[in-house]
Design a protein around this ligand. Sequence first.
Ligand SMILES: [Zn+2]
Length: 153
Amino acid sequence: MSLSFFVAEMECPVCHTVSPATNETDMQNQLGTEPWTRFGVGDEVPSTDEDLVASYVRVRPNRDGEPTRLLQFWRCSSCGNDNWAEIEVVEARVRTIAPVAPERRSLARVQWVHELHSEELFLTVDVSDLFDSDEPRPEAWEALARNADLDPR
Ligand SMILES: [Zn+2]
């Protein structure tokens, strides 16, 4: 496992600066077989459950025909704010990498959340009462989805 990154030009929802498609946005993962691999839109990316579980926490299974979607933070290269990104993968290729609103409805779209940020993410949406330990757990996401009146399956 090596440190690798998703890269895309990302517009910050806070300061509206467009960050470059480099690892400056810090969308890190361990999907690459070579160190510092950069995965951009259109690139092939290892994305089986086995690949993803090394870097992401599964929050629910894929529904039939649904693209695999990952949620993680990205850092604005100008103001330094940690923003949310959704990465969509179809047939082992990156289809989109885009900023999404830091809202519960964004959580409803994804099956996987980056593990380094998952706890922070939970705190952002104030679901800390759902946990009985410091470790975020997928069950908590099911509860979150129910609380947010979203279909968890
Ligand atoms: Zn910014």
